[in-house]
Design a protein around this ligand. Structure first.
Ligand code: AMP
Length: 471
């Protein structure tokens, strides 16, 4: 439906000094949100300069590549790799010259009505260089900037056309803005740093810059960021919040705080709930590193079962999840993970991971543990079964890729070869996150989407085609 997925990281900074190195550092802290490409756009007092390339921040924005760049205001972006839409063509920030001046944009999320809007804009003469929904946002904004040179009105008008998930950082001429979609699906947080202000996807970057968290950007809010303050423009109408549960379960750094809830703490609480909901008589609890670590600690604390590191992770291995071929993905798991034999041999072990998508990782890991001499292998999962696609930026695109789609928990347990399998319940997950279910996006778990998506059910709507609720 959309172009390339954009589960990415964004940052925007305004300060009383040169912020190029600060932007680069912030992007390194949120590198886990995207490893495909990295870029920054900086306003030097006259115009906007952009440097971007494929690869990690340290390569794409190496010292030699950014040394000529200077400015007190800028935005940055790291892009999440998917099987489609790779390469520098889709790297961000995107820049465009509009009737009102130059615009640079970094986007985290996915615009769900992209297909229809793109057709409409093409028919009206717009031109697109990429298949990215971010370019569509710029086109829409350009139209409104042409009609009315007030950037805030142009952003508001753009927001009224686009649906879906978007955390945006924008430079419009000499002004910096941070924008969060009305449902607050993706995170965006404001911080005070030395001599300036920052808006960034995750608070861990504010810590690393030696700053203090001010607050989350409110869903639907437009924040203009200055070197010595920020100014808020709130939406006239609010709609139900829908913070993505997967940020806490898997995507964000454990040391980040999102919408008031620290990610590590949520994961630990997930482990506690899992231990209550799906106890097991085992000798030790082990995480699947790194994503299952805090969940496993919570399980161990609650159950009193010793915690051990039983897998060594090769931090230089490629990401298995995005490999296009199943056989390749299976082979890659053994490059990525190896059991520590002395920990597991002769033991009943329980492994904890954050999620199961296709089941590839766990199937391989359970087998490895058996080969390493484990007597029993039990599996616990920190998210409920994932059965529906994500249209908001996490790379889980089609129903047929989910092992939980069409298989019961017992069947999945057999497929992955475990002695027992337990998923956290949806209510247990909500309890662990500490935010009411009505304010979370649980669409990948219950198929109820917070925004309109053709062929899918909207939240608070019981059947397909009942359009009594529209976002
Ligand atoms: P799978 O092997 O297909 O069952 O995928 C599950 C594993 O991939 C878990 O270890 C997760 O930590 C990780 N994972 C889950 N969702 C994603 C995602 N969207 N992108 C990358 N890795 C993921």
């Amino acid at each position: 439906m959309t172009g390339p997925k954009h589960s990415c990281g964004v940052v925007g900074i305004s300060a009383d000094h040169d912020i190029v190195a600060v932007l680069q550092k912030a992007l390194m802290i949120i590198q886990h949100r995207g490893q495909e490409s990295a870029g920054i756009s900086v306003f030097d007092g006259m115009t906007i300069h952009t440097v971007k390339d494929a690869g990690l921040v340290q390569t794409a924005l190496s010292r030699s590549r950014i040394e000529g760049l200077h400015g007190n205001m800028g935005i940055g972006h790291v892009r999440y790799a998917t099987t489609g839409g790779k390469g520098v063509r889709n790297a961000q920030p995107l820049t465009m010259t509009t009737a009102f001046g130059v615009v640079a944009i970094g986007h985290n999320g996915d615009i769900t009505n992209y297909g229809n809007l793109r057709k409409e804009y093409l028919a009206n003469g717009a031109v697109f260089q990429t298949d990215s929904d971010t370019e569509l946002i710029i086109n829409i904004m350009s139209k409104y900037l042409g009609q009315n040179s007030n950037p805030i009105l142009a952003i508001r008008a753009t927001m009224s056309e686009i649906d879906g998930a978007y955390a945006l950082v924008l430079i419009i001429n000499d002004r910096l803005f941070a924008v969060r979609d009305p449902h607050g699906i993706r995170p965006l947080i404001l911080g005070k740093i030395k001599g300036g202000y920052v808006a960034v996807s995750e608070s861990a970057a504010i810590d690393a810059l030696g700053g203090q968290i001010v607050r989350d950007v409110v869903p639907g809010e437009i924040v203009e960021i200055f070197k010595d303050s920020f100014k808020s423009n709130m939406p006239k109408f609010t709609c139900p919040y829908a913070h993505c549960m997967f940020e806490w379960v898997y995507f964000a750094r454990p040391d980040s705080v999102i919408d008031g809830q620290e990610v590590y703490d949520v994961r630990r609480r997930i482990g506690v709930v899992l231990a209550r909901e799906s106890p097991a008589k085992v000798d030790l609890v082990m995480p699947i590193p790194d994503s299952g670590r805090a969940h496993a600690i919570g399980f161990s604390n609650e159950s009193g079962i010793p915690y051990e590191e039983g897998f060594m992770k090769n931090r230089f291995a490629e990401r298995t999840f995005i490999m296009p071929d199943q056989h390749e993905r299976e082979l890659a798991v053994s490059t990525k993970m190896n059991p520590i034999k002395s920990t597991v041999a002769g033991k009943k072990v329980l492994i904890v991971d954050d999620s199961i998508v296709r089941g590839t990782t766990l199937k391989q890991l359970v087998l490895m543990l058996r080969k390493a001499g484990a007597k029993e292998v039990h599996v616990r999962i920190g998210s409920p079964p994932i059965t529906a696609p994500c249209y908001y930026g996490v790379d889980m695109k089609t129903r047929d890729q989910f092992i939980a789609n069409g298989h019961s928990v017992d069947e999945i347990c057999k497929i992955i070869g475990a002695d027992s399998l337990g998923y956290i319940s949806i209510s247990g997950l909500v309890e662990a996150i500490g935010i009411p279910a009505e304010k979370l996006c649980l669409a990948c778990l219950n198929g109820q989407y917070p925004t309109r998506i053709e062929g899918e059910r909207e939240r608070f709507q019981s059947t397909l085609g009942d359009s009594s609720f529209q976002s």
